[in-house]
Write a protein that binds this ligand. Structure first.
Ligand code: PLP
Length: 507
C-alpha cells in the first residue's frame, strides 16, 4: 500500500489499523456490575475457560471505527451502482419506514401466533402479489437468498420425482454455459449431475440444443430469463414444452425478473419453479452480504411439495403449519419463516407502485439500459449490440485489449472516477465481459454522467495512456490488490503479530 499523505488519511477520510490491532480485550464501552453468585453459575459447566479476546473499544472509538468503514464503502445512496445482474436500485425510504414499525421490527419468531396475526397477513399478502405477478399457484417465502431459492426449487423437483418413483433414474440437470455459477452449484448440492448446454454466438439457448440433450434421465433444466447476456430467450416456451414432454421440470432463475415484472408472467412460459430476489427486483437493500430474500414460486405440479411453514387461512385468523408430517412438503428451508424485514420492504414497494407502476419499473429499466447501450456502443465492443438489450448492457474488452487495457483495468479506473465497477468477466461465455445494469431508478442526468466517464476512459485508451490504467486505482484506500490470491488463499482469521503481546505489555 502506498499513500501520498504523511498520515495515511486521504481527503477527510481517516485511515486506521484493524479493530483487533487497536482494541484491547480488557477495554469496553459499557460498565456492567459483576454478576451475582458464581461467574458462570447458570451455564451448566459450559463457561469459557479462557478469555474470548474480542477487541474492546470505548463507545466513541466504536462509532468512529464503523463510520470510517462505512465511508470506505460505495453505496447506492452515493451514486449509480452499475453492477450487472445484481440490480442495485434505490431502496425507497418509505420501505424503510414500514420495516421499522414496532409491530414488524420487534417481532420474535417464537411469539404466540395470536400476537402476530398482522405479520402473517403481510406475508400472505406478499405471497398473493408474488403469485399474481408471476401467474404461479404457490410460493415458498422462507428461502433467504436467490441461491437458497434455487435450492428450494430443486428440492421440490427432487421430491416430485421421488413421488413419481423416478428419483433414482432422473439425475441429470441441464444448465446453459451462460448460467450464473449458483445454478450448477445448486443442482450439484441437491444431488444432481450437471450437463452443460454449450453457448452459441448469439448468446441464446436454442431449442435444438436442448432437444439433443433431453432423455429419460433428465430431471430438469435451469434457465435464466432474461439471460445473463441481457437477452430475452425467444424460444423459452418451446423449450419448456419440450422439457415437459420429456418428463422434466423447468427451473427458471428469476434474478433478472426486474426486466419483465408486470410484462410477462413466468407461469405463462411453462415455468415450474422460479426464485425471486426481493433484494433485486423489489428494491430491498443488499450488498455487503446483508439479508436477502429469495421466495420461490411453484407450479401446480410442484406446489404439493412446497416446504413448511405454510400459512393456513382460518375463518377469522391465520395459522402456521410448521410440520411436514401428513403433507408432501419436502421439509423446511430454515429455522423460522424467512426475512420479515425484507417481506415488509418488498410489499411496501409493490403496494406503493401498484401493478401499473411495477410494469413501468421494467419498462424504465429496459429503457435506461438501452440508452446506455446506445451511448457506449460507439466506444466499446457490444457483443450482441446490434439488437436492443433487456435491462443490462453487455460490453467486452475486445476493442481495447489490443491497445493494452483490459476489463480489470477499466474497472480499477472507474474506482478513481468515483464509481463502483460494473460486473467483470461475467457471463463467462463472453471473454472480458463488462456487464452494466443501471436499473430504472437512475435519472437521465446520472446515466449521462456515468456514460461520459466511460467514454472519457475509452478515449484515454485510444490516446495510448496504458500506464494510467495499470496504475489505477490511485485514489482508493487500497491500491490494486491481488484478487486471485485473495480468492485462492484467503486469510480468514486475524493473527496477532509475534511481538504484539510484548508491545502491548510495554504500553
Ligand atoms: C444474483 C443472482 C443469483 C443469486 O442470488 P443471491 O440472492 O445472490 O443468492 C442467481 N442468478 C443470477 C442470474 C443472479 O444475478
Amino acid at each position: 500500500m502506498t499513500t501520498e499523505t504523511t498520515s495515511g488519511n486521504k481527503g477527510l477520510q481517516q485511515a486506521e489499523p484493524l479493530i483487533f490491532e487497536t482494541g484491547h480485550a480488557t477495554g469496553t464501552g459499557v460498565d456492567l456490575p459483576a454478576p451475582k453468585g458464581g461467574k458462570y453459575e447458570k451455564l451448566g459447566g459450559l463457561g469459557r475457560k479462557a478469555a474470548l479476546e474480542l477487541p474492546g473499544l470505548s463507545e466513541p472509538e466504536t462509532m468512529r471505527h464503523f463510520v470510517r468503514l462505512s465511508q470506505k464503502n460505495y453505496a447506492i445512496d452515493l451514486g449509480l451502482f452499475p453492477l450487472g445482474s445484481c440490480t442495485m436500485k434505490h431502496n425507497p425510504r418509505l420501505n424503510e419506514r414500514a420495516a421499522r414499525f414496532e409491530g414488524f421490527a420487534d417481532l420474535h419468531p417464537l411469539q404466540p401466533i395470536s400476537t402476530v396475526q398482522g405479520a402473517l397477513e403481510l406475508m400472505d399478502e406478499l405471497a398473493h402479489w408474488l403469485m399474481t405477478l408471476t401467474g404461479m399457484p404457490a410460493v415458498a417465502l422462507s428461502p433467504k437468498a436467490g441461491a437458497h431459492g434455487e435450492f428450494c426449487g430443486m428440492l421440490a423437483i427432487k421430491a416430485a420425482l421421488e413421488a413419481r418413483g423416478e428419483a433414482t433414474t432422473r439425475r441429470r440437470v441441464l444448465v446453459p454455459s451462460s448460467a450464473h455459477g449458483t445454478n450448477p452449484a445448486t443442482a450439484a448440492a441437491a444431488g444432481f449431475t450437471v450437463d452443460e448446454i454449450p453457448a452459441r454466438d448469439d448468446g441464446r439457448v436454442h431449442l435444438d440444443d436442448v432437444k439433443a440433450k433431453l432423455g429419460p434421465d433428465v430431471a430438469a433444466i435451469m434457465i435464466t430469463n432474461p439471460n445473463t447476456c441481457g437477452l430475452f430467450e425467444p424460444e423459452i416456451k418451446n423449450i419448456a414444452d419440450a422439457v415437459h414432454e420429456a418428463g422434466g421440470y423447468f427451473y427458471c432463475d428469476g434474478a433478472n425478473y426486474n426486466a419483465i415484472v408486470g410484462k410477462v408472467r413466468p407461469g405463462d412460459l411453462g415455468v415450474d419453479a422460479m426464485h425471486i430476489n426481493l433484494h433485486k427486483t423489489f428494491s430491498t437493500p443488499h450488498g455487503g452480504g446483508g439479508p436477502g430474500a429469495g421466495p420461490t414460486v411453484l407450479s401446480a405440479a410442484l406446489a404439493p411439495f412446497a416446504p413448511v411453514p405454510h400459512i393456513v387461512k382460518k375463518p377469522t385468523s391465520r395459522e402456521l403449519r410448521e410440520h411436514a408430517e401428513g403433507t408432501q412438503a419436502f421439509g423446511r428451508m430454515c429455522a423460522f419463516h424467512g426475512q420479515m424485514g425484507m417481506f415488509t420492504r418488498a410489499l411496501t414497494y409493490m403496494m406503493s407502485h401498484g401493478s401499473d407502476g411495477l410494469r413501468q419499473v421494467s419498462e424504465d429499466a429496459v429503457l435506461n439500459a438501452n440508452y446506455l447501450l446506445a451511448r457506449l456502443k460507439p466506444h466499446f465492443n457490444a457483443p450482441f449490440g446490434e439488437r436492443p438489450c433487456m435491462h443490462e448492457v453487455l460490453l467486452d474488452d475486445s476493442s481495447i485489449k489490443p491497445k493494452g487495457v483490459e476489463t480489470i483495468d477499466m474497472a480499477k479506473a472507474l474506482l478513481d472516477e468515483g464509481y463502483h465497477p460494473f460486473t467483470t468477466y461475467f457471463p463467462l461465455v463472453v471473454h472480458g465481459a463488462m456487464l452494466i445494469e443501471p436499473t430504472e431508478t437512475e435519472p437521465k442526468r446520472e446515466l449521462d454522467r456515468f456514460a461520459d466517464v466511460m467514454i472519457a476512459l475509452a478515449e484515454r485508451v485510444n490516446a495510448g495512456e496504458v500506464e494510467f490504467f495499470k496504475q489505477a486505482p490511485k485514489l482508493a484506500p487500497m491500491r490494486r490488490l491481488d484478487d486471485t490470491r485473495a480468492a485462492r488463499s484467503p486469510k480468514l482469521r486475524w493473527k496477532p503479530e509475534a511481538n504484539s503481546a510484548a508491545k502491548q505489555a510495554a504500553e
